[in-house]
Design a binder for this molecule. Structure first.
Ligand code: NAD
Length: 281
């Protein structure tokens, strides 16, 4: 067990006084039946930040792996997310209670509104319930996911607490410059989901990525993760395979040059892998 490597992961300071490990492990599309084994592997590799969601259906497996690991709770950072059909007020309180029960935890470190679902027009009400959840201590920090400029602007105008993070699709082909600029202005940390483009783009074969990998004697995936870290994003790449978990964690022994970072940043082309947040209800 290589517990000590967890110390290599920098922490990002959030706007509410808490901090978050910049590199974590995501469990989207991790089979619920495999989750306990996969998260156990990730914790053994050294990950201490786990990103799940009610809709992934695997919070129980995450919770079992955490309980079995014996790792002190305060060394872990656990995020889960409110699904769209639980937006509202009382439904939000109930949803977090159920998530905590499945996770076997007294609190999560970060609770996110998974999508704004603007057609339902409930995200402002939902955020006010999130503010109460933070006061209750059942979540340390509160944030949003898939919120674009109009959604963030409404929260900033109509509610009291500025989200600690916005978790958005972000990889070299889709960098969301408008959203990240607004987030930066308000000290909202950016979490990049789909950091490797979910394998849907040939990111790893691009010369900007492949040449940097050859120059530093690392893999293209490590270059892309390193690019995120140097751009200041929080990331939690997903893999079911332990050797890839270890590869994705082993990104603190090299540094991309400014020119290498800029060449990858120049790849932006609005290459979204998911539905547009305006269209998810
Ligand atoms: P990702 O970009 O992390 O891609 C994962 C895929 O990349 C894996 O399935 C694997 O095929 C491949 N891969 C991983 N490591 C590799 C390596 N070293 N070499 C080659 N290929 C490798 O995509 P993701 O899982 O969608 O995103 C990461 C996390 O973000 C998720 O697990 C989840 O926690 C979160 N997420 C959030 C939302 C949201 O709406 N908030 C949506 C999607 C994902």
């Amino acid at each position: 067990m290589t517990n000590t490597s967890a110390a290599l992961v920098p922490r990002i300071q959030l706007n509410d006084g808490h901090s978050i490990p910049q590199l974590g492990f995501g469990v989207f599309r991790v089979d619920p039946g495999q989750t306990e084994r996969i998260v156990t592997d990730a914790l053994e590799v050294g990950y201490r930040h786990i990103d799940t969601a009610r809709i992934y259906g695997n919070e129980e497996g995450v919770g079992r792996a955490i309980a079995e690991s014996g790792i002190p709770r305060e060394e872990l950072f656990v995020t889960t997310k409110l699904w769209n059909d639980d937006q509202g007020t009382q439904s939000v309180f109930d949803a977090l209670d159920r998530s905590l029960e499945r996770l076997g935890l007294d609190y999560v470190d970060l609770y996110l509104i998974h999508w704004p679902a603007p057609a339902n027009d409930r995200y402002v009400e939902t955020w006010r319930a999130f503010e109460k959840l933070r006061e209750s201590g059942r979540t340390r920090s509160i944030g949003v996911s898939n919120f674009l400029v109009p959604h963030l602007e409404r929260l900033l105008a109509e509610t009291a607490i500025v989200p600690a993070v916005d978790q958005i699709e972000l990889h070299p082909y889709h960098q969301q410059p408008a959203t990240t600029a607004l987030a930066q202005e308000h000290d909202i940390a950016i979490e990049a989901w789909g950091p490797l483009g979910q394998g849907k783009y040939p990111l790893f074969e691009l010369p900007e990525v492949a040449d940097a990998a050859a120059a530093h004697d690392v893999t293209p995936a490590q270059v892309v993760i390193r690019w995120h870290l140097q751009r200041g994003h929080i990331v939690f790449p997903k893999s079911d395979r332990r050797e890839r978990m270890a590869e994705n964690f082993d990104v603190f022994g090299f540094e991309l040059s400014d020119a290498e970072v800029e060449a990858i940043t120049a790849l932006e082309r609005e290459g979204r892998v998911s539905a547009h947040p305006e269209e998810v209800h």
